[in-house]
Write a protein that binds this ligand. Structure first.
Ligand SMILES: Cc1cc2nc3c(=O)[nH]c(=O)nc-3n(C[C@H](O)[C@H](O)[C@H](O)COP(=O)(O)O)c2cc1C
Length: 250
């Protein structure tokens, strides 16, 4: 089985403002090409590789959390993903120290995402959108976007706000757009609000999972209903990833 993880760096073209992608092919590609036009199928085959065991799926949760509420949600999402057989789960927290002079500089974290079958994005809602630290991370994925490195990976998202609304939808919308730009397959929340005794999806969000913290500390909020909703999302993503036959885009 092949994963989506294709390393096309050797053939990628440098975009002004982006980090150099590595050694270039002798044939310079046109600006913003469909790389498959100029990357021969033989080269593609040679560049495909998959280090995962057959049937094993890697689900990574990449998130930022300032005070710890979104971290609580991330843990819940990870619990859900871990409950699915043959799933390896990575919790990847964006650190303040990863941002150097306004740029996200943690290549190891990005490489861990390269090797994942599914990526779940998480950010608190700050000023009606993702946290600045998360946006720095998202901007640093542009080089992957250029190489189409994440096309076909499964994606989903979650956020935590202080207010009951707090404009959280704006944050989830951004996470879905980020996934769409990468050509990922977005997975929403299928739970009916208050459809069970646990009160899951009490905040009635379908694009992704929402949690609300109010003024409470992360030990107390988001509450169990929100975390159970996050757990469900993690499980749903892992289950879906297990049903997909991953292959390099034709
Ligand atoms: C800079 C900043 C901006 C915030 N903006 C919003 C907002 O737009 N809407 C909202 O409901 N809460 C807002 N909050 C509250 C946070 O969303 C809330 O405290 C959340 O639980 C923080 O998550 P964290 O602990 O993972 O950082 C903001 C908090 C901070 C620090």
């Amino acid at each position: 089985m092949r994963s989506l993880h294709t390393s096309l760096a050797a053939n990628a073209r440098q975009v002004p403002g982006l980090p150099p992608p590595g050694p270039r092919s002798s044939t310079a590609p046109p600006a913003f090409p469909c790389h498959r036009r100029w990357l021969g199928s033989e080269s593609l085959k040679a560049l495909q590789h998959d280090n995962t065991l057959p049937g094993m799926r890697i689900v990574s949760i990449v998130y930022y959390s300032g005070a710890g509420h979104t971290a609580q949600m991330a843990e819940a999402v990870a619990r859900g993903a871990r409950s699915v057989a043959d799933t390896e789960v990575h919790l990847l927290r964006i650190q303040d120290a990863d941002i150097v002079q306004g740029r996200f500089r943690n290549e190891k974290l990005l490489q861990a995402l390269d090797a994942s079958h599914a990526i779940i994005f998480g950010s608190p809602t700050y000023m009606g959108g993702v946290a600045g630290q998360f946006k720095c991370f998202a901007d640093a994925t542009a080089e992957r976007w250029f190489r189409r490195a994440w096309v076909g990976k499964v994606a989903a998202g979650f956020t935590v706000s202080g207010g009951p609304s707090g404009d959280k939808l704006s944050t989830l919308t951004y996470l879905a757009i980020l996934a769409a730009q990468h050509g990922m397959i977005w997975v929403g929340n299928d739970l009916i609000p208050y459809g069970d005794e646990r009160g899951r999806n009490r905040l009635s969000s379908y694009l992704g999972v929402m949690g609300q913290a109010g003024q409470e500390p992360p030990e107390e909020k988001p509450d169990e209903a929100d975390k159970a909703t996050g757990e469900h999302l993690g499980r749903r993503v892992a289950e879906l990833a297990a049903r997909i036959v991953f292959s390099t885009p034709a």
